[in-house]
Ligand binder design. Sequence first.
Ligand SMILES: *Cc1c(COP(=O)(O)O)cnc(C)c1O
Length: 392
Amino acid sequence: MIPGVPRIINAYGTNTRLGGRPLAPEVVAAMAAAARVTVEMHALQAAASRAIAAATGAEAGIVTAGASAALLLGAAACMARLDPGAMNRLPDTTGLPDEFIIVRSQRNMYDRALRAAGGRLIEVGIPDRVSGPGVRDADPWEIAEAITPRTAAIYYLAGPRSQPTLAAVARIAGERGVPLIVDAAAQLPPRDNLRRFLAEGADLVCFSGGKAIGGPQASGILAGRRDLVSSALVQMLDLDLPAEEFAPPPEFAPLGQLRGLPHHGIGRSCKTGKEEIAGLLVALQRFVATDPAVETAGWTARLQAVAAAAPGLPLRLLADGSKPGLPVLVWQLSAPAVAQRIEQRLRAQAPAVHVDAARLGDGLLAINPIAFEDADAVVLGAALVAAAEGGA
Ligand SMILES: *Cc1c(COP(=O)(O)O)cnc(C)c1O
């Protein structure tokens, strides 16, 4: 309970606006323990780097304030590299490579993080497979032709429908020596994706800590090349100390090449606290260690308990489709307007119930098990019955 704030039941997913998901007791305990001590933040990030490297196969990694913060820091790293003068100037990019090549069909609201660091987006491709009149998207050669001396990086949004393939884009990036930064914020599960994008040739990859990993809401991961991750780290760390007192940990050895320490960097406005770092590391360990079949069984049982508490409603248990191993409970209504009416009634209850808003347009009320607890299953089932009683 948070005094003065009504609790909700989040049956939508790990959405930021709904507070993400309840954290496992082990994650909460790690955050509480971290809250009671003080540590040097670069030493904590070095420990994080070792854990992230083990989980992802990356050379190095840091905990950030979210995937969006990871993108911002990754972009800053691709522009300023290990030049403290350039770090001090961002988001002013005068004289720096500041162009991020992005396939037009991969534009999304989170790419603002690249611009927030000072980057400029260079769009390529005519995505008429998306707009309808054709079948094509950007071709790899179009990305290659957009590379100039002003190119800071190629940006790639990982997703089941993203084109061209990451492998094709990585080939170009590798041939031309341009970093490739992958937004994989929501591409977990499957667990293998922790390693996949780096293995396919990404130089940097960003994950949300507060989605499937089960870490704190304001946590994320930036992992990849040691020189770029090290640059990102010093653009977030508070380095307000005499330069000779700062000894870079071996995890961030390229910082030994800095000719001086930057001041508070562009990432200082999205700093990560020790509590988030400690919580994320325990969540990551749990995410890697959890048997996906056991997790699916737990989610399935939770949804079955919802259905059992709503007898008489035509609820069906399905595979989510986009997330392997994730079941959803769906209620197909006769029309989108009917689904919207019932959804409004669910939100009007106490506690308010939020279901998957993205599927209402198909007349579907979909219940995602990831962000509510077993103890809420009966309340949720009763809420569905009450909402149905108002008639369709
Ligand atoms: C959720 C999401 C983000 C933002 O993640 P945070 O951890 O909330 O900062 C960025 N990109 C994509 C594609 C996402 O789905």
